[in-house]
Design a protein around this ligand. Structure first.
Ligand SMILES: Cc1cc2nc3c(=O)[nH]c(=O)nc-3n(C[C@H](O)[C@H](O)[C@H](O)COP(=O)(O)OP(=O)(O)OC[C@H]3O[C@@H](n4cnc5c(N)ncnc54)[C@H](O)[C@@H]3O)c2cc1C
Length: 470
């Protein structure tokens, strides 16, 4: 990139305006630092307004309701789940600060619902999930406050390259429309939200090209690359993704969300089959850990979900939503890759599966249901319900990615670590560009923990950068 174009200067420059970038930006101006926040898209906020809420322990809301949760038990369970491959100290930092961070967000004007929600899968059932107030606009609130306090926000401005002088970060180069910007600064915080929209990086970590991304921000991995080019150690190759299984042909976001929130993994009356029409997993595995159903699906070439009408109606009743209505209407219209058939054989033909094999799989499964024992995968008998009468429903699944986790390496001060040794002076990371709290999959044992880390790391990165600049 050449050096022509506009020049700007500030103390702290932040690349990316999602949960992490906005928290970093507001924290930086509150500390009296001249701050520039950049966002590559025309709109600020990244995926913030697509999220539902955040984890908090000992927040003003939980305190008011006298809710106390054993934070050590939560963190220890999370660390165990990842086979101790994640840093317990980092987890403790995030969890310990989570209540105070909710208080801080409230001070900035962010609103929450009063009722705290527990997460109902996994071993721990703890009321830690703080939902943003319905109809509120948390990212807009934060941006307004940042601007009111004198911060500069540049939309449509993509951070491209770090400027290093004597091995220290001295600024960055960005592109705004046709124009090149040179921003001189004392510290840079990378907060680009990871690589979920970069199909090459996703294919590298998953081995698949059939994933769908529902992030709102432009999470193309560019800020991770920018840091790596400046010597940062990368972690993204061994990271995790927040994923869910959805009908592969379903395009409507409302339909996706309805399907996901009908929690088929929590009420697993369906069966999953692979490209050969065979079951490949205990469908109740997501009741143990949310991420397990996608982990299992990653082991297969293709996966399909099979229901009958009674089971889909039951799912709708259990959730009080319109999941059956949506799926049955899609099947009637022949849209969104959802099929309906009177027999298992006919459904197999519509799905492109071997009719004899699928019929055999269903027959065997019905036998397990009659005997109350799944001799293949030991599915909990509470969910063994046979497929006796049609109509049957089925669709191919795809992986819906909400976010990548783990990007570049960092320490407890959110300083970016170099590939060789020690921090890259003046370079910090926040949010899912860092996020090395998860390994292989997103457990969701602690709901909203991703946002707890986004807020924590954003604030912490700004505090460390302000201290470094002096
Ligand atoms: C639909 C959805 C629902 C979710 N729900 C929850 C939930 O309820 N609770 C929870 O804890 N987590 C949830 N998550 C996961 C996670 O919290 C979010 O992904 C979160 O938005 C990540 O925050 P972030 O700031 O790291 O990244 P983002 O919010 O993605 O923000 C990064 C921003 O940086 C911009 N950017 C990228 N590269 C550059 C560049 N080079 N220069 C300038 N700007 C750049 C992007 O356009 C984006 O706007 C959800 C995710 C999604 C997608």
């Amino acid at each position: 990139m050449d050096n022509t174009g506009r020049s700007l200067s500030c103390d702290i420059a932040i690349a990316g305006s999602g949960v992490a970038g906005l928290c970093a930006a507001l924290q930086a101006v509150l500390l009296g630092k001249k701050t520039i926040l950049m966002e590559s898209l025309p709109r600020f906020g990244g995926s913030w307004n697509g999220t539902y809420g955040i984890m908090g322990v000992e927040s003003p809301i939980s305190e008011k309701q006298d809710i106390h949760v054993d934070v050590r038990a939560l963190v220890n369970q999370e660390v165990r789940i990842f086979h101790y491959q994640v840093d317990a100290k980092l987890w403790m930092d995030v969890a310990d600060a989570s209540g105070e961070n909710i208080a801080w967000l409230m001070e900035q004007g962010v609103q929450f619902e009063e009722e705290l929600e527990p997460y109902t899968a996994g071993e721990i059932n703890a009321p830690v999930f703080h939902r943003w107030k319905k109809g509120s606009n948390p990212s807009g609130t934060m941006l307004k406050e940042f601007l009111r306090l004198g911060g500069t926000a540049l939309s449509g401005t993509r951070a491209e390259e770090l400027i290093l002088e004597d091995g220290k970060v001295a600024g960055l180069k960005a592109v705004q429309g046709e124009e090149t910007l040179t921003i001189r600064c004392g510290a840079v915080i990378a907060a680009g939200g990871g690589y979920a929209k970069n199909t090459e990086m996703v294919a590298f970590t998953t081995g698949r090209t059939d994933c769908a991304c529902r992030a709102i921000g432009n999470n193309d991995g560019s800020t991770i690359r920018m840091c790596m080019d400046a010597g940062a150690k990368s972690l993204w190759q061994t990271g995790a993704l927040i994923t869910d299984l959805i009908p592969a042909g379903m395009k409507s976001v409302h339909h996706w969300l309805t399907y996901i929130h009908s929690r088929p993994g929590t009420y697993p009356f369906h069966i999953y089959v692979n490209q050969d029409g065979e079951r490949y997993v205990n469908e109740a595995c997501a009741r143990e850990l949310f991420g397990f159903q996608t982990c299992a699906a990653f082991t297969q070439e293709k996966t399909f979900t099979i229901y009958d009408e009674g089971k889909l109606k039951k799912l709708q009743e259990l959730n009080g939503n319109d999941v059956f209505t949506i799926l049955s209407q899609a099947a009637q219209k022949g849209s969104e890759g959802v099929f309906r058939a009177d027999t298992a054989e006919e459904l197999a033909r519509k799905l492109g599966l071997d009719p004899v094999k699928l019929a055999e799989t269903v027959r065997n499964y019905n036998g397990y249901c009659r005997d109350g024992k799944d001799t293949e995968y030991e599915k909990d008998p509470a969910f063994l319900e046979s497929f006796e009468t049609g109509p049957f429903y089925g669709w191919e699944n795809t992986f819906q990615i909400a976010s990548s986790l783990s990007g570049i390496d960092y320490n407890r001060k959110m300083e970016v670590l170099g590939a060789d040794a020690g921090p890259v002076p003046g370079l910090y990371v926040a949010g899912t560009d860092g996020a090395k709290l998860w390994r292989d999959y997103y457990s969701l044992c602690i709901p909203g923990s991703c946002n707890a880390n986004n807020v924590y790391s954003g604030r912490r990165a700004a505090m460390s950068a302000a201290e470094y600049i002096g």
